[in-house]
Ligand binder design. Structure first.
Ligand code: ATP
Ligand code: MG
Length: 876
């Protein structure tokens, strides 16, 4: 092989970015793994953060950009450790052109970078183009000088990039590395991954596809590219796979040390386990650093699955105890230079891992039990469904099910398992790799519509023009009074729901038309005003006055600022590593979810509430500033995942108290909040707590409701509010005493009733027997009655039955010693007759109780008792 110059992963990243920076590309930081885009769960490509720009919904500050983007592709999870080149987590290096340079330039630079900067020999390279893209073919052949045998035409499956059924799209051209040029140029098969690896994909976004599938050239053509950092490292470090590059190898090493094994001497299966751990732990570390916590839905579920797979593969290699935090540390150390947040979040990362790992180890133990139960029934085979339930619900891996089943000499219906799996993934598949630029019809409709200008930070009302009108899901020119409509304006004072804050309420009013706006949402910068036409007719093109409801806005912003103060207080009083997991800011309340492994104590809650109220009283002024994200982060602003990528950000700073990146609306001074009150603290999932609170005017609502209840109670109890607890205690004591009295009265009554039974005593020789049913008597009273009656008759037997409540039978038998001598034991006897009533019981020979369920059988049971007693006692 031709000599290649070794470059570390970090060097490759730097060289790529520097190369494009020299070509006037703006270097932008990696966006969060949590995309702003609601159509994908995780950032899956370098282009994702630029989607609104490619769609024409957002203007870019730059014409050219270059990034190293953290990506996660869960659809490649099964390839991890099995192919040499696939990861869940990887870094995609990219260069982007927004309506600036195009195909020829992109190809030329791609080639220059590969051959000059990375020093790959042209004879080791093969390129692919889309079959119909002669333009690209010719550029590669004529301008770059690639020999024809090394340019391959490929079909649309591989080399035509679409964002969704409609929208921007275009042909791609990929660059492959050929590890075995000596095998000749005759039968080049790019699918053969023992010989080729794709490392760079250039997408030429040049068409728009409409609903009929027609392609029309885009006016502003774009370039989107992706080079896998780990793959380039594999090539330049001349190692057999991505896992043996300096980007991952040290993690694998840590894992081998924990397991006490040696990588080189390991069998294939163990190597796969090591690779899975090396891959997944990187994904896990970055996901948690970006604010994701394990749960049973969405991203949280992906995280949970990744952690479980790491634990399981650890077990497969023979690691018994907890080990994930150690490998995580190794991944953090590798990443911290390029991504400092993994270090600053290290504690949170390890805490989360440890918790999940411990939980899963318990799950595994439970799964092993469940499997043992299934096996106890000695089935011929473990069904696909059983295996799937074990896997899906209990996190119990198929391989383990198979292994344990094999030990019992039976198999698992793997096909059935896979069918179940298909059903489950089937629905979510496809959504993974394609980036849906056309999430819904609004997007289609919105192509050609500019982003709405939002003026609401400073203006409560503004003149605006109706740009688009939708009624009953249809785009219309006009709508009448009474219609529910969605209105798009050129500019608006309405805040659209985002960052947890609810959308504004208000009115649009024009020449004899009034529209009540009851919600506002936004998508890619286009604001949708949901409302109802109260009066007149609204037409596209109409000038209107757009006006928000000030009261609602004031309430929302008091709650929003209070949420920031709450977060600051939590960090100050409980733990500086607490981070936000979600929030809701409504007009009447706020909710703040955060990562914390334990409940907040009542004492801490009190301190937090007091701290927030102190800050309110201190009247801190807000410094709201817009600045580049890097500057904001350098200043120490708390970033919640999801802020605009590469864009300038809005920093809400109450100096010395709280500084957060936030697009929401806020009070100008904390004093405007007035007061803050915590309502509750609860756990919502493993490791996530929720505080609900109220601030500003909403506190009054909250207090009014409470106050009304208190007033009503003190009215009823005729005491002052502060005396209520005392009064309730007294009442509770009184109630208890009354209950006790009632009990003893009931017992008295039973005894009294039973006295009358004496007259019914039957003589059998010199024995007396009483067998009777008495009303709804409780078991305890019944027993006392039976004892008392036996005392009175002296020599003989008493059997009583009662129905204390529906579907419940109570029985008691009391025998004198002479009866015992006759061979009758109260315990056995009462147990026998209770069986008739569908129950059982027993006790001592002289006194025993039993119960049953079927009250209708009680007479029969007592009759049987009488017959038995008579039969035995009449024998001499
Ligand atoms: P492949 O066919 O090998 O799965 P792809 O066609 O899915 O690759 P693209 O979507 O074109 O890849 O992504 C651009 C680049 O990102 C690829 O050329 C490759 O270098 C890198 N890449 C893609 N998927 C992965 C992955 N799962 N792990 C590591 N790198 C990847
Ligand atoms: Mg792929």
């Amino acid at each position: 092989m031709a000599a290649l110059q070794y470059l570390s992963g970090n060097d490759i990243r730097t060289k790529f970015l520097d190369f494009y920076a020299q070509k006037q590309h703006q270097i932008l930081p990696s966006a969060s793994l949590v995309p702003e885009d609601p159509t994908v769960l995780l950032t899956i490509a370098g282009m994702l953060p630029f989607k609104p720009i490619f769609l024409g919904q957002r203007q870019s500050e730059y014409k050219r950009a270059t990034t190293s983007q953290k990506c996660i592709r869960t659809n490649d999870i099964e390839n991890v450790g099995r192919t040499a080149r696939h990861h869940t987590f990887f870094e995609m290096l990219g260069n982007f052109s927004f309506g600036d340079y195009f195909k020829e330039q992109a190809i030329a630079w791609g080639w220059e970078l590969s051959t000059q900067v990375f020093g790959l020999k042209p004879e080791n390279l093969v390129v692919s183009v889309f079959e119909d893209d002669d333009e690209a073919y010719n550029i590669w052949r004529d301008k770059i000088g690639v020999v024809e045998a090394r340019i391959k035409r490929m079909g649309s499956d591989d080399n035509f990039w679409v964002s969704g059924p409609t929208g921007p799209c275009g042909p791609c051209s990929e660059i492959y590395y050929d590890f075995h040029p000596e095998r000749g140029e005759e039968n080049i098969d790019l699918e053969d991954d023992t010989r080729f690896i794709e490392f760079y994909n250039l997408v030429f976004m040049q068409y728009n596809r409409d609903v009929e599938g027609n392609l029309t050239p885009l006016q502003n053509k774009n370039i989107d590219t992706g080079m896998g950092l780990e793959r380039m490292a594999q090539i330049l470090q001349q190692v057999p796979n991505n896992y043996e590059t300096d980007l991952i190898k040290p993690i694998v090493k840590t894992a081998t040390q924990i397991a006490g094994i040696d990588y080189a001497q390991s069998d294939e299966q163990t190597k796969i386990s090591l690779k899975v751990i090396g891959d997944h732990i990187r994904a896990i570390v970055h996901m948690i650093a970006d604010g994701i916590t394990a749960s049973n839905v969405g991203r949280g579920y992906i995280l949970r699955r990744l952690i479980r797979r790491v634990v399981r593969h650890g077990r497969l290699m023979g690691i018994q105890g907890e080990f994930t935090t150690q490998v995580a540390e190794s991944a953090i150390a590798l990443s911290e230079d390029a991504y400092p947040n993994v270090r600053s979040k290290a504690t949170a990362i390890k805490n989360e891992l440890q918790r999940e790992e411990a939980n899963f180890l318990k799950t595994l133990t439970k799964g092993e039990k469940l499997l043992a139960d299934i096996l106890a029934k000695s089935p011929k085979e473990i069904s696909g469904k059983e295996a799937f339930i074990l896997y899906d619900t209990h996190g119990f891996p198929l391989e383990l099910t198979q292994e344990i089943a094999a030990e019992h000499g039976i198999t698992v219906d793997v096909q059935g398992f896979e069918d179940e799996m298909e059903i489950q993934i089937g629905t979510s598949k496809g959504a993974h790799e394609t980036i849906d630029l056309t999430a819904n019809s609004l997007n289609q409709l919105a192509s050609g519509i500019n982003a709405t200008q939002f003026l609401g930070y400073t203006q409560p009302s503004t003149p605006a023009q109706v740009m688009t009108l939708i009624a009953s899901g249809q785009q219309v020119e006009a709508a009448e009074a009474g219609s529910e409509v969605q209105v798009l304006l050129d500019q608006t004072p309405f805040y659209a729901e985002s960052g947890g804050q609810i959308g504004d309420r208000g009115y649009l009013s024009g020449d004899s038309v009034v529209v009540a706006i009851n919600d506002v949402k936004q998508q890619s910068g286009i604001y949708i005003h949901y409302g109802r036409i109260e009066r007149g007719t609204l037409k596209v093109g109409d000038p209107v006055m757009a006006q928000i409801d000030r009261t609602c806005r004031l309430r929302a912003q008091a709650n929003h600022t209070a949420t920031h103060l709450l977060q600051a207080a939590l960090k100050k009083i409980v733990d500086p590593s607490i981070s936000q997991a979600g929030s809701l800011v409504a007009f009447d309340r706020l909710r703040f979810d955060f990562n914390c492994p334990r409940p907040i104590t009542p004492d801490e809650l009190q301190q937090i509430e007091a701290q927030v109220n102190t800050w309110i009283a201190e009247a801190h002024h807000a410094d709201i500033e817009v600045m580049p994200i890097a500057e904001a982060k350098a200043k120490g602003a708390i970033a919640m995942f999801g802020e605009k990528y590469g864009d300038v950000v809005r920093v809400i700073d109450f100096p010395g108290v709280s500084m957060e990146l936030c697009g929401g609306t806020h009070v100008r001074n904390t004093a405007e909040i007035g007061v803050f009150k915590i309502v509750s603290e609860t756990g919502i999932s493993s490791g996530v707590r929720r505080i609900e609170a109220v601030a500003g005017a909403a506190v009054l609502d909250y207090l009014n409701v409470r106050d009304k209840v208190v007033r009503e109670l003190s009215d009823r109890f005729k005491v002052k509010p502060e005396e209520l607890p005392m009064r309730v205690t007294v009442l509770q004591t009184e109630l208890k005493t009354a209950q006790k009295q009632l009990e003893s009265l009931k017992a008295e009554l039973t005894l009294h009733k039973s006295e009358t039974l004496l007259t019914e005593a039957q003589n059998i020789g010199d024995y007396k027997i009483i067998v009777a049913q008495i009303g709804e008597v409780e078991p305890d009273s019944l027993k006392i009655a039976a004892e008392r009656l036996l005392q009175k008759i002296g020599k003989g037997a008493v059997v009583l039955g009662s129905v204390p409540e529906t579907d419940k039978v109570s029985l008691v038998a009391a025998f004198s010693p002479d009866v015992n001598k006759k061979g009758l034991q109260a315990g056995k006897f009462v147990g026998e007759i209770a069986k008739i009533c569908g129950g059982g019981g027993g006790g001592r020979p002289n006194l025993a109780q039993a119960g049953g369920k079927d009250a209708s059988k009680l007479p029969e049971a007592l009759e049987y008792a009488r017959t038995q007693l008579k039969a035995t006692l009449s024998q001499s």
